[in-house]
Design a protein around this ligand. Structure first.
Ligand SMILES: Nc1ncnc2c1ncn2[C@@H]1O[C@H](COP(=O)(O)OP(=O)(O)OP(=O)(O)O)[C@@H](O)[C@H]1O
Ligand SMILES: [Mg+2]
Length: 252
């Protein structure tokens, strides 16, 4: 089995002003993993992701990406990202789905260059992979929130990342499409070998698809296999969440 390290967090801590948000985080993500990152609101998930993306510098500890210390890491095009608050486009926003997805390639080819045939094929494939082919030339502002979210995922996929990080990407997507979305992620992980780090509150669905679950509430309270996570007692879970929780499992 390939154990190539994709993300390695070594004793990472971070504070906003005087408030410690991340406390001595040690965490390793290897190639091919599908990590579900869970935790309560304010637990530090988005902060951790900003550190991984190089947006925030940890106050202590080391971060390596693809076996390279973040300070000298340059291959940012290996990492795709879909944020928690993707800017929704208003009605009348003058860009098609195709144009929005093509923006995912501009970091590679330079903003004003024309797309080659090969790039056009990549753009259409990414749109196809998220099930949005029939809307490819539709104005983005005319799509529903859930459809727009799929387009953001296509934009992250078009540069063929090796690691895809998604921060609560299913907010605003209806139940049926959330299930389809998880199937899509599962497929990208299994068949395209993309390593996935997904922040979600959808515990039940996550345990079905993830290869590993991590629970973050300032410290990393749990990191293990989904079945181990499902076997946590209520007392252990309430430590993770800081209050009692019911685990709802969706096994339909
Ligand atoms: N820019 C900031 N300045 C000061 N404090 C911040 C800032 N961003 C986040 N925080 C605080 O840091 C803590 C962690 O926030 P973070 O957004 O990482 O949590 P989260 O786990 O992503 O939560 P959620 O599930 O609600 O998205 C919170 O208490 C938040 O108020
Ligand atoms: Mg967040």
């Amino acid at each position: 089995m390939d154990q190539k390290s994709i993300i390695s967090l070594n004793d990472i801590s971070y504070s906003y002003e005087n408030k410690t948000v991340l406390h001595h985080i040690n965490f390793e993500i290897t190639k091919g993993a599908f990590i579900g990152l869970l935790g309560p609101n304010g637990g530090g998930k988005t902060t951790l992701i900003k550190i991984i993306l190089g947006i925030l510098r940890p106050h202590s500890g080391q971060l390596s990406l693809f076996n390279t210390p973040v300070e000298s890491f340059r291959d940012w095009n290996k990492i795709g990202f879909v944020s928690q608050k993707s800017n929704a486009f208003n009605k009348g926003f003058p860009a098609t789905v195709y144009e929005v997805v093509s923006a995912g390639l501009t970091s590679k080819i330079g903003y004003f260059k024309f797309f080659k045939q090969k790039d056009k094929e990549k753009i259409l494939k990414a749109i196809h992979d998220v099930g949005m082919s029939e809307y490819a030339y539709e104005n983005i502002g005319n799509l529903s929130g859930g459809q727009q979210q799929r387009v953001f995922i296509a934009r992250a996929l078009v540069s063929e990342p090796e690691l895809l990080i998604l921060d609560e990407p299913t907010v605003g997507i209806d139940y049926e499409n959330v299930q389809k979305f998880y199937e899509l992620l599962h497929d990208l992980n299994k068949n395209n070998g993309i390593t996935l780090l997904l922040v979600t509150h959808d515990t039940g669905t996550m345990t079905k698809y993830a290869t590993r679950i991590a629970c973050l509430n300032k410290t990393l309270h749990f990191h293990g296999k989904p079945e181990e996570f499902e076997n946590l007692t209520e007392i252990e879970m309430s430590k993770v969440y800081g209050h009692p929780v019911n685990i709802v499992s969706h096994d339909h």
